[in-house]
Design a protein around this ligand. Sequence first.
Ligand code: SF4
Length: 106
Amino acid sequence: MTQKTADKPTPVFHTVLADPEVPFPELTGGEPCRQTDSESWFPEQGDNGGFARSLCLTSCPVLQECRSWALANPQLASDGIWGGMTRSERNAVRRRQALQSLEAAA
Ligand code: SF4
């Protein structure tokens, strides 16, 4: 399910659910991604980012806000670990949300 653009197809669910009104979290300085090697949040291919994900999930004071922002802004949070989720996990959530929206509208 895609829309054609001049450059490349854009998944419709990104277009529908992208919400620039969801604010970037107000960071406190206590976020693990600000205290740890940033490369851990952008793991190489084949690395599931487990180290960064576990730190997000267990000790980030803005986990929910970060996750909401990342889910609403797929173009800005396209790669890496955001809100304790990998890119494929975020895409799966967006697909599920898009399907639920379509079902609710039907
Ligand atoms: S949830 Fe977001 S802000 Fe918190 S550590 Fe993870 S990437 Fe950083």
